[in-house]
Design a protein around this ligand. Structure first.
Ligand code: 3PG
Length: 214
């Protein structure tokens, strides 16, 4: 998938569920629960040993959902997630090494930015679509608006402290492509295999996005 197609998918969905998964066996039912609620993107973060197997399972068994690898911080992880079937990569920050590795792998990449210096590095590398992380902690919509002054060409996926209550504030900004967050995929819901709850959270979020976009 090329970068434009990946960005179009993220924008159309409007929400990226950020998943921390402890057991790869739960990956496919989790992805299906999100799909049932209208969310066709899943970011599996490389924060637990099960993450790569989870990505691989989703890529192999769940059609219709875009498997994205998150918390990718080294070039070696880019190689691993490509092998697992990820179709895009998200990082919490910017690094030249991961920039190079994602280009070599032919994977779309959303680096994380939180400051004007981060944005300068991203723009210099031609990375105009970035994760804004950690969104709320870095100043939320006020910071995003301020960054868009010098960087009007950038588009952002704010993540970190985003939830159903504030996603509308972000999505109302034209520079916001989509928002990300873990509120859709609570650890206890995953552990308890409460797929109905995940579907309900996904549906609520998608309804809110649809209402905001008219
Ligand atoms: C991320 O890595 O994107 C964040 O940890 C997600 O932040 P949240 O848990 O506040 O949604």
């Amino acid at each position: 998938m090329d970068e434009a197609a990946a960005i179009a998918r993220l924008q159309a969905c409007g929400i990226v569920p950020v998943v921390v998964i402890e057991d790869a066996h739960l990956a496919a039912p989790l992805a299906r629960a999100l799909l049932a609620g209208g969310i066709d993107v899943i970011e599996v973060t490389l924060r637990r040993p099960a993450a790569l197997a989870a990505l691989e399972t989703i890529a192999r068994e769940v059609s219709g959902i875009l498997p994205v690898a998150g918390t990718v911080v080294t070039p070696a992880q880019v190689v691993d997630v490509k092998e697992a079937g990820a179709q895009a990569v998200v990082s919490p920050g910017f690094s030249e090494a991961v920039d190079d590795a994602t280009r070599a792998a032919g994977l779309p990449w959303l680096p994380g930015v939180a400051t004007a210096s981060d944005c300068m590095r991203a723009v210099s590398a031609g990375r105009l679509t970035c994760k804004f992380f950690p969104a709320e902690q870095a100043g939320g919509t006020a910071t995003l608006k301020a960054l868009s002054g010098p960087f009007p060409q950038m588009r952002f996926c704010p993540t970190g402290g985003v939830s159903l209550t504030n996603l509308g504030d972000y999505l109302a900004l034209k520079q916001v492509l989509c928002v990300g967050g873990s509120w859709l995929v609570p650890a206890d819901a995953i552990a308890n295999r409460d797929w109905a709850r995940v579907t309900q959270l996904a549906r609520e979020a998608r309804e809110k996005v649809a209402a905001l976009r008219g």
